[in-house]
Design a protein around this ligand. Structure first.
Ligand SMILES: [Mn+2]
Length: 396
């Protein structure tokens, strides 16, 4: 009996050690603090003001994942990529990460429970952190793209904090869905202009191979450099309207199981759609919200991507500028914030391996922070969907 109890204690100690620093694990409630006596009555735990303190995404713990806290494991990491030197119209998305964090301050004010999805991602047992920003030079695009790739890949190839566990239905052990057989953490990148998705997809490829992409945007972003930007140089040929063309050329996208949503851009001509077909994408036009509605759009997306691993890229300009004006290339006739959030919740159950939100340029926002708030709330839905579905499958 004694031996069993010693063994149990030893095992418990191993489990606790394996889970690392308890302060990082104990995230909830995020905005509750225990102040020492002169600041607050002794021993009393109180809700911290949601507007106080250093701003991280949703007040998550800040971990310096790329520098001195490389050993702190996580399941989902937010990381900024403040890059905007490949934009065609209004610059300013380099301030996106800081703006989105400011817009996210209130996400956990009431605890963070997502009613329609019936999950609290902040209390799901996952270790979710804000890694700050990847250092990105504003002087050399080629170098910056490499920095984003290296930063993303470094995080992606760490071992996830939580083991995959068992399938909730069959009770059978889950195994990773990655190509390299590893249980990777998930990265949610705060852009940055949309160009950052090329280095991110190169990183994703290293773990998952060619990936199905769900892309919400008013624009195709598969344009050939000769059509978008004119391509006077190699550097100019890679920009926020052509990165998917290059991703497709490099074989990073799973042809036929990828899809755009909220498309409403003008074109150089219908041949842009032929080019988009060749890049591997199906399309949902923004105006389809009036005919098939959110349910029809969700069905189209799910029918296209199937059950495999998915990368999710959200351009804030998929939302109508009435709701999200602070972006580089706004297009009227878009979806409301509510409609995009409904569609994102419709992705419940998909294996979203990583995601981003891009093209948030806070300088053009209203004083009420409409756009950064919309970006943060959209990511709350993404985080909730991720928290519900582990990146594992039952082996046949
Ligand atoms: Mn875009």
């Amino acid at each position: 009996m004694k031996l069993i109890s010693i063994l149990t204690t030893a095992l418990t100690a191993i489990v606790v050690l394996g889970h690392g620093d308890d302060a990082h694990h104990d995230q909830i409630p995020l905005n509750y603090v225990k102040y020492p006596e002169p600041i607050y009555r002794a021993g009393e735990v109180t809700a911290d003001a949601i507007f106080s303190g250093i701003t991280t995404f949703a007040r998550l713990p800040w971990v310096q994942c790329l520098t001195k806290e490389k050993d702190v494991p996580f399941d989902i990491a937010f990381i900024g990529a403040p890059f905007d030197t490949a934009t065609s119209y209004r610059p300013g998305a380099r301030f996106g990460p800081a703006g989105i964090r400011a817009g996210s301050r209130r996400l956990t004010l009431y605890g963070g429970y997502n009613v329609p999805l019936d999950v609290n991602p902040f209390k799901s047992g996952l270790n979710i952190v804000d890694c700050g920003d990847i250092p990105v030079t504003p002087y050399d695009n080629k170098y910056a793209i490499q920095q984003i790739h290296d930063g993303h890949k470094t995080l992606l190839h760490r071992e996830a904090y939580s083991p995959l566990g068992n399938d909730t239905l069959s009770g059978k052990k889950l195994s990773p869905i990655s190509l390299d057989g590893k249980n990777h953490p998930r990265i949610i990148t705060l852009g940055g202009d949309h160009t950052i998705v090329l280095p991110i997809l190169r990183s994703i490829y290293s773990a998952y191979g060619p990936i199905s992409v769900i892309h919400f945007d008013s624009h195709l972003d598969t344009w050939k450099p000769s059509v978008f930007g004119g391509a006077p140089s190699d550097q100019a040929a890679l920009n926020h309207g052509t990165y998917f063309y290059w991703a497709s050329q490099e074989g990073l996208i799973n042809n036929g199981t990828s899809i755009h949503g909220a498309i409403r851009t003008t074109l150089s001509g219908l041949e842009d759609y032929d080019n988009d077909d060749n890049a591997g994408f199906k399309r949902v036009e923004a105006r389809e919200i009036d005919t098939i509605g959110t349910a029809g759009i969700i069905k189209k997306i799910r029918d296209t991507v199937g059950e495999g691993p998915v990368y999710l890229s959200i351009d804030i300009d998929s939302i109508d500028p009435a709701f999200a004006p602070a972006t580089g290339t706004p297009e009227t006739g878009g979806w409301s914030t509510r409609e995009l959030r409904t569609i994102l919740r419709g992705l419940d159950g998909l294996h979203i391996v990583s995601a981003d939100i891009v093209e948030v340029a806070p300088a053009y926002d209203t004083n009420a922070e409409l756009t950064t708030m919309a970006a943060a709330d959209v990511l709350f839905e993404v985080l909730s969907v991720m928290a519900k579905t582990p990146l594992g499958k039952v082996q046949d």
